[in-house]
Design a protein around this ligand. Structure first.
Ligand SMILES: Nc1ncnc2c1ncn2[C@@H]1O[C@H](COP(=O)(O)OP(=O)(O)O)[C@@H](O)[C@H]1O
Ligand SMILES: [Mg+2]
Length: 488
């Protein structure tokens, strides 16, 4: 089939005039309305559709009138004056909203000689579903953005770290000092001792408090993904990496704090890269060759013995010294049993708040039972046990029996505390002495556990208060003894 050869356009002027007349025809047929004004804002041409739309009856001449006389809201005069086009706008004509476009018309010399206004769409109503969908998406986006920002804020403050014992007060004091400084913080402590809580509190109280707080748990992320999570990925770094770069946690934490939880689980292979960020303040995304400067303070935490790990070669000594600028040890709960009572009060309040009820309280033997336990899971375990007890018990005042889930302290452990094997090395002593020592030891523990409240201590020991007084006298534990902090 023969191809159609377009008619040749012979001159520039011909092209222009053809284009112009074609455009006018197009406007006339395609658009809902079109109007042209001259340099003085007077109507020089208007199509019939437009006339019909504004209800012009046709008896009077419309050409030559000022545009505002016919269309009070018209912006065409401004377009003539500024020479700026409005490619898309909404104009209200006779109470209806229309999508319009305005274009300045230039004369041969390049000066503005008029303007063309067209109605692109006069049924905006029909667009309502799309417009409202767009608005919904905008709202959703704003919500998600806010959630993301909230997720990068501190959840805890220092006031939420509960404890009046010397150990707890010391720890909190160290953390407050760390908040005022800039170096890396290393939080050391068993699980559930409040490392995460303190990391949040330190960030919130620091100069970076308004910046982001981003957390990552090295033990919770598969080794293969950890590098990308921490440092980010460049497009096409590996199969499936996608075509867009993805920010790592260090980049997200820029200007704020990165909480590096379980840093002892950081794979040895990644440790040099982490060290470099700490030393140089630069991250290198996976698959990229560009270094990116970041301003991030690291708060690391671990329940592991990093020094022992250095000995066996699973943790780098140089990284340890970089992280250990401001070390803070979080004491296990069993070293601060006197805090159990006040912790329970707070935790029971929190639990009640979740359930929307008034908080449960603790009976003396309930507290005694809690105070006698060793809490390997620390405050987290205490909270779980209280939650269970509240859920299972009908008592509003929890008794010892409500804590049946706690193991009974074995008698052997109570009588012969100390490391295994100690008794084998120790020479045999008279029974009277051994029993007295064990009694004394256990009484002091009971007093410590109950904050020196003898009535509770006696209950814990399974003896009467009178018997406790008698034994205190016989064992030479005087009330004045500052170490025992006796409250009579
Ligand atoms: N001193 C404390 N006062 C109040 N709540 C605490 C305290 N220490 C820990 N908690 C609570 O115990 C739980 C575990 O604390 P978390 O900070 O996650 O411990 P870790 O990170 O050391 O495992 C959290 O619910 C936390 O709020
Ligand atoms: Mg933790």
């Amino acid at each position: 089939m023969a191809r159609q050869v377009p008619a040749r356009l012979s001159s520039d002027a011909e092209v222009r005039s053809l284009a112009a007349s074609s455009l006018v025809k197009l406007f006339d047929s395609l658009y809902e309305g079109a109007v042209v004004v001259d340099h003085a804002g007077r109507i020089t041409w208007i199509n019939d559709k437009y006339k019909a739309l504004i209800g012009w009856n046709g008896s009077e001449a419309i050409e030559g009138r000022a545009i505002e006389e016919v269309l009070p809201n018209s912006q065409l005069r401004r377009v003539v004056e500024t020479g700026q086009a409005d490619l898309l706008d909404v104009l209200t004509i006779g109470g209806r909203q229309m999508v319009v476009s305005r274009i300045p018309l230039h004369g041969e010399a390049g000066n503005v000689i008029g303007a063309l206004g067209v109605i692109l769409y006069d049924r905006l109503q029909a667009l309502k579903p799309i417009v409202s969908k767009f608005q919904r998406m905008q709202t959703d986006l704003a919500t998600v953005r806010k959630q993301l920002a909230d997720g990068r804020q501190a959840k805890y403050r220092f006031s939420q770290f509960i404890g009046a014992s010397r150990l707890a007060v010391d720890t909190k004091e160290q953390a407050r000092r760390a908040a005022e400084r800039e170096g890396a913080v290393l939080l050391l402590g068993e699980t559930g001792t409040g490392k995460e809580l303190l990391a949040h509190a330190i960030h919130a109280a620091s100069r970076r408090g308004d910046g982001p707080l981003v957390s990552i748990n090295a033990a919770a992320i598969p080794e293969a993904l950890l590098e990308a999570e921490l440092f980010g990925v460049e497009p096409g770094a590996y199969t499936g990496a996608g075509t867009r770069s993805r920010s790592g946690k260090f980049t997200l934490a820029d200007g704020g704090t990165l909480f590096l939880d379980e840093v002892g689980d950081m794979p040895l292979a990644l440790q040099p890269k982490l060290l470099r960020v700490l030393q140089e303040g630069e991250v290198e995304p996976v698959g990229g060759n560009q270094l990116r400067a970041v301003n991030v303070r690291v708060i690391a935490a671990t329940s592991r013995d990093l020094k022992a790990m250095i000995e066996v070669g699973t943790f780098r000594a140089d990284l340890y010294y970089r992280l250990n600028v401001l070390p803070i040890r979080l004491p296990p709960l069993r070293e601060r049993r006197e805090d159990i009572s006040i912790l329970c009060e707070t935790l029971l309040e929190q639990i009640a708040e979740q359930g929307g009820e008034a908080p449960c309280t603790l009976a003396a033997d309930g507290l005694a039972r809690l105070a006698a336990y060793d809490w390997p899971g620390n405050v987290r375990e205490l909270r779980n046990v209280l939650e269970q007890a509240v859920a299972q018990s009908d008592n509003r005042r929890l008794t010892g029996a409500d804590f049946h889930m706690l193991p009974v302290v074995p008698i052997a452990a109570a009588v012969a505390p100390g490391p295994v094997g100690e008794s084998a090395l120790r020479p045999v002593r008279p029974l009277r002495e051994v029993v007295a020592a064990a009694e004394r030891n256990e009484i002091l523990r009971a007093l410590e556990a109950t904050g020196g409240v003898k009535m509770h201590a006696a209950k814990l020991l399974g003896i009467s208060r009178a018997q406790l007084y008698e034994k205190l006298g016989a064992l030479g534990v005087a009330s004045e003894d500052p170490d025992t902090k006796l409250i009579v």
